[in-house]
Design a protein. Structure first.
Length: 229
């Protein structure tokens, strides 16, 4: 366990961390690959988690040997996203943590591998929560983000958009996927990981702290205001 240091700003991934969208992604992907007699398994999925649109499409096409181009795949999967994403639910502890940090005026932002249109779909029923964030950086559609996770770009761009421009070491990242943890570490930030329970333990290395749920987070460990007793 690394020594935890105080932070002033907090950056959240969204999929599989704040919102329970990973099963919606899986269902959408499976709907596209089923006609080809393929199965989108966890073994194929986890190495691709957090990657941006075209990269993700290429990874799935290669792993499942689909007779599709990345653009053809994306058209098909986006039709499924439109049906599934508006049903996204918040994960346990997400609302409590975001509201707590906002109440105590801790600057918070979202840095996701996603795209603008799918972000709108996923947050259909969560506009009030999203309003608490200073800003949102979406790697798939943000022109300043040159490379998706595991590259650090999305987190560095996100930190730079806080009005007071904190240094990377002043930022704490919350992530669920190995690619996201790698991106946060590469950006020079501490990372709290809340992995899928199926994730092998060796895939959680690099994180400053690994939790089963956001409900288990103790803000004071990073010099943030503790929850009211």
């Amino acid at each position: 366990m690394s020594t935890l240091k105080p932070v002033t700003h907090v950056i959240f991934d969204m999929d599989g961390l704040l919102l329970d969208t990973e099963k919606l992604y899986s269902a959408s992907t499976q709907a596209v690959v089923s006609p080809y007699g393929k199965e989108y398994t966890w073994e194929i999925k986890w190495p691709l988690m957090g990657r941006v649109g075209t990269e993700l499409a290429r990874g799935i096409i290669k792993a499942l040997e689909l007779p599709l181009s990345p653009s053809e795949y994306l058209v098909k999967v986006e039709e499924e996203y439109k049906k599934n994403f508006p049903h996204a639910q918040l994960l346990p502890g997400a609302d409590k943590l975001v509201q707590h940090l906002h109440k105590h005026k801790i600057p918070i932002a979202i840095a996701s591998g996603g795209a603008q249109d799918s972000f709108e779909l996923k947050t259909t029923n969560h506009k009030e929560l999203v309003s608490k964030f200073s800003h949102v950086v979406l790697a798939s559609t943000d022109s300043e983000v040159k490379n998706g996770k595991p590259a650090p770009d999305v987190f560095l761009v996100c930190a730079d958009r806080f009005p007071d421009k904190p240094k990377p070491e002043q930022c704490l990242v919350f992530e669920d996927a190995p690619n996201g943890v790698a991106a946060g570490v590469a950006a020079g930030m501490q990372v709290v990981m809340v992995p899928d329970p199926r994730m092998k333990e060796e895939m959680t290395k690099g994180a400053s702290l690994v939790l089963k749920s956001l409900e288990d987070f103790k803000p004071e460990l990073f010099g943030l205001p503790p929850y009211d007793a």
